[in-house]
Design a binder for this molecule. Structure first.
Ligand SMILES: NC(=O)C1=CN([C@@H]2O[C@H](COP(=O)(O)OP(=O)(O)OC[C@H]3O[C@@H](n4cnc5c(N)ncnc54)[C@H](O)[C@@H]3O)[C@@H](O)[C@H]2O)C=CC1
Ligand SMILES: O=C(O)/C=C\C(=O)CC(=O)O
Length: 386
């Protein structure tokens, strides 16, 4: 099989160290020559933000953070940045906080130093999102890619287990969607599969002991790889579904990603059997912690022990993980209703990339959403042609 692709790697500094966020933030701000910072942190993350900003330059604290970044919230933050001569934005929080920092950077070009406290991964992408008139718009712009990411596993220890699981599955969704997204290639697939392996190990560890720092570190490592693969491969069907559910129906981001993922995998996996086999290996509960494949799958996934049954194995492995970590399974739990399906399906089909490995129509998406509404993941029954 020949290989031909164009791959772009984003330039970013990553400082990874448990218990080292304050020190790393101070040194990164000094490196940027910052004189006046805007520290964006939502009220619940204020204590975390104070801990990591104890020894930095003068700072304006901004705490109006709203999920999916409503346009009016972004406007107020941009005005505050301009009025206060801000020359660096420091975000301390989840994807919503990073997202607001990106909205300011998009308009001003001010560099961001991101300190993530969830596993959403926004800190490692050049993707921005803004919501207005019940519609979430996303775009790609180099100005929003944080200059530096400071990862510190201590900061996610306070994330409740349920949210840790949902957020980690948001990361896993980046990995899985990257296997078929518009710019998928062997490099971002490799990053995505290693990200999936790390997140699988991490989430199983966090449910057993939320204070397990090694598991929290694996989660951050996995979510970074997930985000890098997603930024490179682009938004596939899964992200398009979640953007409609979040932007138009205001469903919670991480929980929506977590809930929808198995349904999208069941839909697309039969069309990517080799990659699905490698995904099954990555998600195996016997996956090795040293990153080496514990199952017999060849580099191109074709001649492995179960490449021919890869799609069913991948779905089974994902279900096994979901059962073990008590993952969310139905959209009804988050306010989505049967009456919402027609509008959602129309919007999703209009947004889905033509490159999706399975063509989608309104009927397919309505069925997928109806299954996700009530928590019935379809089995993969169709024979897979190799
Ligand atoms: N542009 C991109 O590449 C990406 C953007 N996003 C965006 O990020 C947003 C969702 O981000 P999430 O992180 O899922 O949610 P979030 O940032 O809204 O946080 C969820 C909740 O967790 C709390 N929280 C955060 N860190 C905590 C901690 N360490 N301890 C205790 N509580 C904590 C927050 O206060 C909030 O109540 C969405 O708007 C989504 O569109 C998400 C992924 C990628
Ligand atoms: O859906 C995701 O997890 C990734 C991208 C976005 O959420 C886009 C955004 O709103 O920032």
């Amino acid at each position: 099989m020949t290989m031909e692709f164009t791959h772009e790697t984003l330039g970013q500094r990553v400082l990874f160290g448990t218990g080292q966020a304050a020190e790393n933030v101070a040194s990164e701000l000094a490196l940027l020559g910052a004189t006046q910072a805007m520290v964006i942190a939502a009220p619940p993350e204020r204590t975390l933000a104070e801990a990591v900003t104890a020894s930095i330059v003068p700072a304006l604290l901004w705490d109006e953070v709203v999920q999916h970044v409503p346009a009016d919230v972004a406007l107020r933050a941009r005005e505050a940045a301009a009025e206060n001569d801000i020359d660096v934005i420091l975000s301390v929080g989840g994807g919503s906080t990073t997202g607001l920092a990106k909205a300011v950077a998009l308009a001003t070009g001010i560099p961001i130093v991101a300190v993530p406290t969830t596993y959403a991964g926004s800190e490692a992408t050049n993707v921005w999102g803004l919501t207005e008139d019940r519609t979430k718009r996303t775009g790609v712009d180099g100005r929003v890619l944080p200059r530096t990411v400071v990862y510190d596993a201590d900061l996610s220890k306070t994330l409740p287990v349920g949210l840790s699981i949902a957020s980690g599955l948001n990361g896993l969704a980046h990995c899985i969607d990257s296997l078929w997204a518009p710019r998928t290639d062997p490099i971002n697939q490799a990053l995505a599969l290693e990200g999936a392996r790390a997140l699988n190990v991490a989430l199983r560890g966090i449910v057993v002991d939320p204070d397990d720092i090694a598991a929290r570190e694996q989660a951050l490592y996995g979510c970074y790889l997930a985000a890098v693969s997603f930024a490179s491969a682009g938004s596939g069907l899964h992200h398009k579904i979640c953007h409609v559910l979040g932007g138009t129906f205001d469903l919670p981001h991480a929980q929506t990603h977590a809930t929808v993922l198995p349904y999208v995998l069941a839909f697309n996996a039969p069309s990517i059997p080799e990659l699905a086999g490698r995904l099954a290996a990555a998600l195996s509960h016997t996956a090795r912690t040293d990153g080496k494949d514990s199952l017999n799958v060849s580099p191109d996934g074709r001649s492995g022990a179960y490449a021919s049954s890869g799609p069913a194995m991948a779905l089974e492995a994902l279900r096994d993980l979901y059962a073990e970590i008590d993952a969310p399974l139905q959209l009804a739990d988050y306010g989505f209703t049967l009456a919402d399906i027609p509008e959602a399906a129309e919007r999703i089909v209009a947004a889905t990339p033509a490159s999706n490995p399975v063509p989608v129509d309104v009927e397919d998406i309505s069925t997928l959403l109806a299954n996700a509404l009530n928590g019935s993941i379809p089995a993969i029954t169709a024979p897979v042609a190799l």
